[in-house]
Write a protein that binds this ligand. Structure first.
Ligand SMILES: *[C@@H]1O[C@H](CO)[C@@H](O)[C@H](O)[C@H]1NC(C)=O
Length: 350
């Protein structure tokens, strides 16, 4: 009895001492759930299992996917310890098929899975996922409707509008020639640098072209490394080329995305607070409003965004050999967050 009391008082004492320690706040402000992210991630590493269906013939492992982020994800997955041959162990089921597959053949593929395996019927596809660079279009076929509405779709960022369902779907960060560049201490020469892939009708672009504080370039933009480092902000028109956004973050150039609608398909949206890393502005106020927003960002806020951007790039880069917390693993983590689906008892028993 005395021992227990002693133990109890010791415990209270310890708790007291611990709570008196100054709270250390690591720089994790841009994570949505910094307290659970890394423990959840570790759980995923140890337990996540995915069952992969055969691709429809004549496609085989090597030629199912044609875009680089898709094939990078697929090959990394097949080589990973997350794949299981035992569907009873699986949290999620992956249906690989090429983007070129016709809607009719896609419907046939899902129907075959529904008839052959007991798993589809348990959730009507909710614990299944697929890759489709551009997103699967809606269809009147029941099989495609269930795939589109229930299964998790992974597409390439940015997605064409309408084919992405927020909260359910995921986007792959673009692949880009990436290298972390040391930030320069000298004052950047430009307020903003913009690289465009094509001529756009926006008057905003015409206005900033004439402003010496901005540098506007068109593809290929061979000097962008230099301009990125020499500008406080890197400007993107949402819908134009966004592939160098991560590169800009790595170079310490804070992204500014010009968009007139809320963006719902940014990569890692349920892991990171993009508003801590990038600035989002509308186009209607023109260059004046843009300058107003950028000039209004205080130095401390700017430095925080820049540092967060540099740290966040580790989650957005693709490695030939996947590394911890990189793009491949963060996509898997987003799938792991979506693993809890209701399995209908009638089918689960079979
Ligand atoms: C799944 O349900 C459908 C009816 O919706 C049925 O035709 C099919 O045989 C079921 N699949 C399995 C494997 O039992």
């Amino acid at each position: 009895m005395a021992a227990i009391l002693l133990l109890l008082s010791l415990l209270t004492f310890t708790v007291h001492v611990l709570s008196d320690l100054p709270a250390t706040t690591p720089r994790t402000s841009f994570y949505l759930s910094p307290n659970t992210l890394f423990s959840n991630y570790d759980k995923m590493l140890h337990s996540f299992k995915i069952f992969v269906y055969e691709p429809p013939s004549p496609f085989t492992g090597a030629n199912v996917f044609t875009t680089t982020p898709e094939s990078q994800f697929y090959t990394s997955l097949l080589r990973s310890p997350f794949v299981t041959d035992d569907p009873s162990q699986a949290h999620l089921f992956f249906i690989p098929f090429p983007s070129s597959l016709s809607t009719r053949n896609l419907a046939r593929l899902v129907r075959n899975i529904r008839i052959t395996f007991p798993f589809w019927n348990r959730t009507l596809g909710a614990d299944h996922f697929y890759l489709s660079a551009a997103g699967v279009d809606s269809s009147s076929d029941r099989n495609v409707v269930e795939l589109k509405k229930n299964s998790i779709q992974i597409s390439c960022f940015p997605t064409s509008s309408g084919l992405f369902i927020p909260h359910k779907d995921i986007t792959l960060p673009p692949i880009h020639p990436f290298q972390t560049m040391p930030s320069v201490n000298s004052t950047p020469a430009f307020l903003g640098y913009m690289k465009l892939s094509k001529q756009s009708p926006f008057s905003l672009i015409e206005e900033i072209k004439d402003d010496p504080q901005f540098k506007v370039e068109y593809a290929p933009g061979n000097r962008r490394g230099e301009f990125m480092k020499n500008s406080r902000f890197c400007l993107f028109m949402y819908g134009d080329d966004m592939t160098w956004m991560v590169e800009a973050m790595g170079a310490g150039c804070v992204p500014v995305v010009v968009t007139d609608r809320p963006i719902q398909d940014l990569p890692l949206m349920d892991v990171m607070k993009w508003s801590e890393i990038a600035v989002f502005v509308g186009s209607s106020g023109g260059a004046k409003a843009l300058r107003g927003v950028l000039d209004g960002i205080e130095k401390s806020r700017y430095d925080e965004m820049m540092e967060s951007g540099v740290v966040a790039t580790q989650h957005l880069v693709w490695n030939t050999e996947p590394q911890t917390h990189d793009a491949f693993h963060m996509i898997l983590y987003q799938l792991w967050l979506r693993r809890h689906t209701i399995r209908y008892a009638r089918w689960a028993e079979q």
